[in-house]
Design a protein around this ligand. Sequence first.
Ligand code: SAM
Length: 280
Amino acid sequence: MSTERDIRFTAADFRRLRQMLYQRVGISLNDSKSHMAYSRLAKRVRQLGMRQFADYLDLLEKADDEAEWQHFVNALTTNLTAFFREPHHFDLLRLHAMERVTQERHYRVWSAAVSTGEEAYSIAMTLLSLPQLNRQRLELVASDIDTRVLSQAADGVYDAERAKMLDSSLLKRFFLRGVGHNAGKVRIRREVRDQLSFYQFNLVAAEWPDMGRFDVIFCRNVLIYFDKPTQAAILQRLAASLQPDGLLFLGHSENIQHLSDAFQSCGRTAYRLVNHNVRR
Ligand SMILES: C[S@@+](CC[C@H](N)C(=O)[O-])C[C@H]1O[C@@H](n2cnc3c(N)ncnc32)[C@H](O)[C@@H]1O
């Protein structure tokens, strides 16, 4: 498939690009994503003064330039997200935290594919609204492979339009409204942003750093980009990263049936860890 585009991009280039992306971050692009790959990367190829994708892929492979690889990955991830997406998960989170915080210990939650941050801030708003949970007892970790979205998440600045469906009490308590040249924007208040620790984290990395065990893990709308063996391996590691009876939330189209026996369903794409002896 040679295209009429100004940068040469053949079917073989797409297959090669797809393989490189899969090896790096586990994402499996299907054939229908060829156009997307072109449109997201052609500008970069042009910027580098190249006329064909093959040269760009050679550069990635031969120069082993970490920054360029990151550019490549950032361009090809899909980062769609929203505040309180799949709101039933936040109801379960609230109930789970209310049961747990009577114990004298921290409550720890990990958003493992946080994208631009809306998911992690929805978790923070839910938990900080509970009278039982104060800031000192709450630990929130947020990670993603994509450094561009992670930096947006840490900034916590959004178009006001994205937050307009939120309850006015949440808006008042957790957001600042932009004025002057920031009109039309909202920003998560500093004390809430400071509550979160952001890390770049590749779910398909050969080794996972030991982050301790979490009470809850949100790993939503990312497994869909991986093939079944990769999903099963990640589920195994997620199970090993949860406290006994910890909760795992997946995305609306993700299903762990036949992939893991460590969990029991406890709601719509919500799972409770039942096998506590899982090892990474
Ligand atoms: C569609 S977003 C999901 C955002 C949020 N969890 C939600 O459900 O609204 C998928 C995210 O997964 C991230 N991602 C893709 N591959 C990844 C990997 N190997 N490790 C960690 N994050 C990855 C992408 O960068 C993207 O931000």
